[in-house]
Design a protein around this ligand. Structure first.
Ligand SMILES: *Cc1c(COP(=O)(O)O)cnc(C)c1O
Length: 355
């Protein structure tokens, strides 16, 4: 058997419920970007809502449209707009959009729609990843106010994103965010939704929660912190990447998963996998297979867990991230489409491809 990624929908739901309890009474947006961090956006949308998420967040309008096409009627938010972004469809199908610049606002307004586009104006609080700087903010606000007067849009939100680099950086960003909100208030702009926090600030900075917390990585069971584990927070990894032992020869064995299945090649020598209740170090990560050392006693066909919940002692996505000197997000989103996703909940199991 080559690699298979099993996504436990019950674990995903309970992670999101726990995060919702932490943020309560603040509502939660479940972030389903990057195909739900590699888990499958279409499959996780409904469980997210069942677990109490009031909103779903995706990168692009086109992803929001796919969710609408599958019958998701929850509020949706999309904030990354390429040149082909269909703002008219966003307005018509009630997908709120993040807007960062006056140019983007103009592009959004050239789209004609019978219903006003719901926009969330983005402030750059120091991350320099879109958003209006302090100098650009009054111009963006005034352009949006004009659009609202003309009936083309509604200013529904003001938002930004934190770098999560350190508490000090986040506090400085929070200060800038508040200043920009004051600039808007001076123009009598008081939107319904002010939102800033993602997983990290949503958990550790109550003052950053405002009207909504956008939870991403923590909902998938990976800690956003360096100094607090997923277990410390109480969340559990939702994805298990498994394969089997192939050929065994002496003290080494091959497992049927390699870098084409998302195992980062640079993690070889640091990484290990879980077979027969023990960790076995990996000496080499090849294209579609990898070499285990200390393989005495293993047999062809033995199940191998590359990473999983960690509850039985198997490696977690976070450990793989440490071994590969990256972040857990990259491990999860790096599991390619060729690896089939299997979704399980309450004892039942079914196999599906995410797209
Ligand atoms: C990815 C992302 C989030 C979620 O961040 P996590 O740290 O994964 O919780 C929230 N908001 C925006 C704009 C994002 O891009």
């Amino acid at each position: 058997m080559s690699a298979v990624a099993t996504v436990d929908l019950d674990v995903f739901r309970s992670n999101l419920q726990l995060l919702g309890d932490i943020a309560a009474p603040t509502p939660v947006m479940a972030m389903l970007k990057a195909d739900a961090y590699g888990h499958g956006m279409l499959q996780l949308a409904r469980p997210a809502i069942e677990a109490g998420a009031s909103w779903l967040g995706v990168l692009e309008i086109s992803e929001g449209l796919r969710l609408r096409d599958t019958g998701i009627d929850a509020p949706l938010f999309a904030w990354l707009h390429g040149s082909g972004a269909d703002f008219a469809a966003a307005a018509g199908r009630h997908i709120d959009v993040g807007i960062s610049t006056e140019d983007e606002l103009r592009a959004a307004l050239t789209a004609q729609s019978a219903v006003p586009l719901q926009v969330h104006l983005k402030i750059d609080t120091g991350l320099h990843r879109n958003g209006a700087t302090e100098d650009e903010w009054p111009g963006l606000l005034d352009a949006a106010i004009a659009g609202e007067r003309a009936g083309a849009l509604r200013i529904r939100g003001i938002w930004s994103h934190l770098a999560d680099a350190s508490v000090g950086d986040d506090e400085e960003a929070l200060r800038r965010f508040r200043e920009a909100i004051a600039v808007a208030a001076a123009r009598r702009v008081h939107p319904e939704l002010i939102h800033l926090a993602a997983s990290s600030a949503g958990i550790r900075m109550p003052e950053a929660r405002f009207d909504m917390v956008r939870f991403g990585i923590a909902a998938y069971g990976v800690s956003p912190f360096d100094d607090r584990s997923a277990a410390d927070i109480g969340v559990v990894p939702t994805m298990t990447l498994a394969t089997t032992v192939g050929e065994v020869s002496g003290h080494t064995a091959r497992i049927s998963a390699g870098w084409a299945d998302g195992l980062p090649a640079r993690a070889a020598h640091a990484a290990s996998v879980w077979v027969r209740g023990h960790r076995h170090p990996l000496a080499e990560i090849g294209v579609d297979s990898s070499v285990i050392v200390e393989a005495a006693g293993l047999q062809t066909g033995d199940p191998v867990i590359v990473f999983g919940s960690g509850l039985r002692g198997e490696p977690t996505p976070t450990e793989w991230a440490e071994w590969a000197d990256t972040i857990g997000d990259e491990i999860l989103t790096g599991i390619p489409v060729r690896v089939p996703r299997r979704y399980v909940e309450a004892g039942d199991g079914r196999t599906e491809q995410p797209r």
